[in-house]
Design a protein around this ligand. Sequence first.
Ligand SMILES: Cc1cc2nc3c(=O)[nH]c(=O)nc-3n(C[C@H](O)[C@H](O)[C@H](O)COP(=O)(O)O)c2cc1C
Length: 353
Amino acid sequence: MSRNLRGLSLRKGLTDSMYEKTSDAALSADDLRETNLISVARGFMTGNAAILSASSFYDFLDPEHQGKKVFVCNGTACLVSGRTEEVMRELLETYEPHEIGTMTCLGHCHSNDAWLADSEIHLCKCGEGRKIPEVYTNAEKPVLTAPAGDLKEYYSTMAVLNKNVEAALRELEASGLRGRGGAGFPFHIKVRAARDAATDGGKYIVCNGDEGDPGAFSDKWLLEERPHSVLFGMLATGIITGAGTGVVYIRGEYPLAIKKVREAIRTLEEMGIAAGDENHDKDLFRFHVVQVAGAYICGEETSLLNSIEGLRAEVRTRPPFPAVYGLFGKPTVMSNVETLANVRSILEEGGAA
Ligand SMILES: Cc1cc2nc3c(=O)[nH]c(=O)nc-3n(C[C@H](O)[C@H](O)[C@H](O)COP(=O)(O)O)c2cc1C
């Protein structure tokens, strides 16, 4: 059943994505919601139940979420910090109580002071007399998007890679790089498996930026402040495996990370190194960013793949593993943000270093 739905989703692929169409329809006004979801089902020639059940999977698509204007972080670190939700509600006195919701988690576990409003993270110093002495937003936060030095030079390692993919793979193996998403699986084994896998239509590199574990915000930092190190890792893995498309899957609780990665992709487009959704140059590696609508389980790799496809984001049985049967049923390297961010140093300095 899910293979059939996957095939229907693949017909329109990522640029006319079933997941994104479903999310948009689910965010329609109350009286239009169901009609719009059913029209997505028609557009993809699938049953209404498939789209309705996919849309009901995510917190942010829940009708109850819609009337809220501000979301206070209630992740574990914030809850145990002494900054209770009640204190935050008091601080946000310009909002009506029914306009205040919660999100788990906004990734400010180190400061315990974040809320999200108008797609911006707002921060304050909550400990100080329960006032809001300093409220600042993402937009004001200075962010380093480019690596130090020249970006052209940064990506020049790619040319060397193109010439000797097998040598690059050996360096990855020598480095002993293991997945940073939790399971610690050797990265080079996945890459080799995807490289060796036969395909009847493309391969994918997927970056897992769903970072949902309590107290974790290292992926957020990398996506916001070193997006090129992540994109480089995806691009290099694409060259090694023969994949033409990379999907950066980022949780909706990280709006600044989404913005910074999109900006970095635009820079790569301008430099002619890679393509975004609007560019139809088939010879370029294409990046697509997926904004996740709030579901912890989507950090699990097979649930994540179903989510991108617009299916109900439940886990798949394995085998087959994603390296052989991944996104849209095609060979896929699915790796964590930090894992991918390590690739360039390895290729630049050698696996042993
Ligand atoms: C319930 C559950 C949640 C997970 N959440 C994440 C996550 O937020 N980020 C992540 O990178 N991996 C997460 N994982 C691990 C992924 O399934 C997968 O192993 C990982 O993305 C592979 O990348 P890596 O080899 O680079 O670690 C989760 C696994 C499970 C079972």
